[in-house]
Ligand binder design. Structure first.
Ligand code: AMP
Length: 282
């Protein structure tokens, strides 16, 4: 596996390979990330993963400094999963001195994570636009776990004609249901046990949906009821349109139920998609 550090090295490498699938990450890799890499390996001749903890998507009081960094382990994991290359740029390669250009996504970035984390999606859209411009992949893979991010990036890639297909991949979970996340590392063993309430809440809403319930308020209430528990401070519970992320006011045939919560010092998000599959979103 090639470890590339500069845009120039990536472009040189890119010229010698065929179809390329890109998996952007912030490192501290887990089985969720690896599932995206394995999908990229399966679907393209050549998978490349990027590891870059992107400062512009963190708010001033967020965990940029504390975010786990494990480059050597990450590179070993990528190599084992069949990745052809890793792009691990230093800060100045992505944000050169004087850098001032930002990509501002439209209304799809306004609610939920956009409202809770001002500027977050400008940072995400900017870094992913840069990565797509550097790598020029045919396909780019993102997890359903960050559902709004997936939809924002599908919209940005389409609107800016970036030329990569942005593909959503299912959320990988622990056996008890907790979605894998690099931020789970912040949890104490006790908080980790209690964190299962998040997926339990979402699965509670999914069960109602499977029984035919479509009223968005009943779905939101089911999440709140099942999520109640020690160490869990819910920030929001949403039942929204999966295409626009607009909050549902009336029964619909598809929905994304999502939540954000503080568990100890971790801020965790999760969601379930109802009435459709993440693969149907392009
Ligand atoms: P991150 O390193 O947290 O920025 O995540 C990099 C990519 O991995 C994003 O597209 C995430 O949505 C995806 N991802 C993170 N956790 C999971 C998971 N549990 N299952 C599937 N994809 C995930």
């Amino acid at each position: 596996m090639k470890v590339l550090r500069t845009a120039h090295e990536v472009r040189t490498w890119r010229a010698s390979v065929g179809r390329v699938g890109l998996v952007p990450t912030m490192g501290a890799l887990h089985a969720g990330h690896i599932s995206l890499v394995e999908r990229a390996v399966r679907e393209t001749d050549t998978a490349i993963a990027s590891i870059f903890v992107n400062p512009t998507q963190f708010g001033p009081s967020e965990d940029f400094a504390a975010y786990p960094r494990r480059e050597a382990e990450d590179i070993a994991l990528l190599e084992k999963s069949g990745c052809a290359a890793a792009f691990v740029p230093p800060l100045a390669e992505i944000y050169p001195p004087g850098d001032a250009t930002r990509v501002t996504p439209g209304p799809i970035a306004a609610p939920l994570e956009g409202a809770a984390r001002p500027g977050h999606f400008v940072g995400v859209a900017t870094v992913v636009a840069k990565l797509l411009a550097i790598v020029r992949p045919d396909t780019a893979y993102f997890g359903q776990k960050d559902f709004q991010q997936l939809r924002v990036l599908q919209t940005v890639a389409r609107d800016l004609r970036l030329g990569a297909e942005v593909i959503g991949c299912p959320t990988v979970r622990e056996p008890d249901g907790l979605a894998l996340s690099s931020r789970n590392a912040y949890l104490t063993p006790e908080q980790r046990r209690h964190a299962v309430a998040l997926s339990r809440g979402l699965f509670g809403a999914r069960e109602l949906w499977q029984q035919g319930v479509r009223q968005p308020d009943r779905l939101r209430d089911a999440v709140r009821r099942h999520t109640d528990g020690p160490d869990i401070a819910l920030e929001y519970v949403s039942a929204a349109d999966p295409l626009t992320l607009a909050e549902l006011a009336a029964p619909a045939e598809t929905a994304v139920i999502s939540l954000a919560a503080r568990v100890g010092r971790a801020r965790l998000i999760d969601n379930v998609l109802l009435g459709m599959d993440v693969a149907d979103l392009r």
